[in-house]
Write a protein that binds this ligand. Structure first.
Ligand code: LLP
Length: 464
């Protein structure tokens, strides 16, 4: 991990390279650049054996570049750490809201992960990618009837969020097999993260209120249409603290005990996601192992104390699986210097491909891919190209001297960037390439102007 903030000319973009050591496994979520990042002999950034500047020439700009090795390493670390520390069965689900597309679902699937989906569209994508329905878990606080029917018909696990949904499921399930559900409960556990991404506190739109627990267990135990197999909770995202998930694990075992007193044998326990990542050198998230191990320990101890068999343990990481695996490459264009105030350097994307800075005031770091060893002599503000003053990707970025045509690479953009991207100002969404061993495969085609008007309809009377 990078330990000091770049403050002088000694520093260069190359300082963000991962420090690999054979004895010390790198937890991808603690790095800034993908694990395969290197600087090649042309002083250019290379990811997955591909020169970033060449990728931009080949696939256009802006470009999401996804490193397969980093993504697979994170999947494997989650999967294997659960195997190592948990004596019962475990299943890691990829929270695909972080980046849902066919290729990413297929990679997670090939590593043995299941998929967490949060809409009919995400479900459709996961199924099309070949994920088996029994490894798909469907979340959401307001799934439509059509979405619920789709989930029932395809036989995926449904994480029931509220009374309305339970009742709708009972109604829809009449003609079918009992529907396999988990109950999402609000744990009343707080954590320190942005307000928009906290979900475990009592004042949350998600899940059953803890005060309703008795009533929910009673209702569910009486419904032949429902096969309730477990409980689920998710307390928030980009979390660095370790205690909240320990508290959650202990609390969830109490829920299993309580359910048993209603005759419900719950065999699955899903602790959600939430592990944070390193966006800047001052971020210090736990490693994947440091997050997984205590959860396993707490559940094992609590189950032993309660004399409960170990449930199948599930978790749903999104950000910590994929954020670090991807960078976004942009081309630098215009700039504007306002004396004694700041210099804006503009890139050819912005809030449409990365809405996180304007939405959550998220802070990112960037390097200039074609000048990796050049000293960082300039402090500039990276502006997007949208007609909105708030469209600023990075304030006070330390960069080498840049000129139009240079390639700016923003790090840690794999999670909630493409998945939250828009067409604001009718910018076509960028392409994405998957890189591995010197090969680059297109996984998302760049949108075209034709794509932008594909859903437009011009009433006859408006045609000239
Ligand atoms: N499970 C559930 C039920 C969730 O709601 C989420 C995230 C996750 C798992 C995955 O959490 P993660 O491991 O990625 O922290 N758009 C925001 C993040 C919203 C998170 C929504 N739920 C952002 O860009 O920061």
């Amino acid at each position: 991990m990078v330990s000091t903030h770049p403050t002088g000319v000694k520093h260069a973009g190359s300082q963000y390279l991962p420090q690999r050591s054979s004895t010390n496994a790198i937890s991808p979520n603690q790095e800034l650049l993908p694990l395969t990042a290197k600087v090649n002999s042309s002083d250019s950034l290379e990811i997955g054996g591909c020169d970033v500047t060449t990728l931009v020439q080949q696939f256009g700009s802006p470009l999401y570049i996804l490193d397969e090795e980093t993504l697979r390493t994170a999947c494997q670390q989650y999967r294997d750490t659960f195997k190592q520390y948990y004596q019962g069965e475990s299943q890691v689900l990829y929270a695909s809201k972080a980046w849902n597309c066919l290729a990413v679902c297929a990679i997670a699937n090939s590593e043995g992960l299941g998929i967490d989906v949060a809409s009919g569209g995400e479900l459709y994508t996961a199924l099309t990618a070949g994920v088996s329905p029994d490894k798909i878990y469907y979340h959401g606080n307001n799934k439509s009837r059509a979405e619920l029917l789709y989930a029932i018909e395809t036989g995926v696990n449904i994480v029931a969020d509220n009374w309305y949904e339970l009742q709708t499921l009972v109604e829809l399930a009449q003609q079918q097999q009992p529907v396999r559900i988990l109950l999402r409960l609000t744990p009343g556990i707080d954590c320190h993260t942005h307000d928009y991404i906290r979900t475990g506190h009592l004042d949350s739109k998600f899940g059953f209120d803890p005060g309703d627990l008795d009533e929910v267990f009673t209702y569910v135990s009486q419904q032949v249409a429902l096969n309730c197999v477990g409980v689920h909770a998710h307390i928030g995202s980009q979390i660095f603290e370790r205690q909240p998930h320990r508290d959650l694990a202990a609390l969830m075992v109490q829920w299993l005990t309580k359910a048993a007193s209603y005759g419900l044998t719950l065999t699955e326990l899903d602790v959600g996601g939430g592990l944070g990542i390193t966006y800047t050198e001052s971020d210090d998230p736990p490693s994947i192992e440091e997050w997984v191990k205590p959860i396993c320990e707490v559940i094992q101890e609590a189950c032993a104390a309660e004399n409960l068999p170990l449930p199948k343990l599930l978790c749903e990481p999104g950000r910590s699986l994929i954020a670090t695996a991807c960078v976004t490459a942009y081309t630098i264009g215009s700039s504007k210097t306002i004396p004694d105030i700041r210099t804006y350097v503009a890139i050819d994307g912005g809030m449409s491909d990365n809405p996180r800075p304007i939405t959550y005031q998220s802070v990112y770091r960037a390097v200039v891919a074609n000048k990796m060893s050049a000293p960082l002599t300039e402090k500039v503000t990276i502006a997007g190209k949208h007609c909105e003053s708030g469209d600023v990707l990075i304030k006070d970025a330390l960069l080498p001297k840049t000129q139009p045509g240079d390639i700016l690479v923003v790090m840690g953009t794999g999670a909630y960037n493409y998945s939250m991207a828009s067409n604001y100002n009718r910018l076509p969404r960028p392409a994405a390439v998957l890189v591995a061993n010197g090969e680059a495969n297109l996984i998302l085609q760049r949108e075209t102007y034709q794509d932008l008007i594909r859903q437009d309809r011009l009433p006859e009377r408006l045609k000239s």
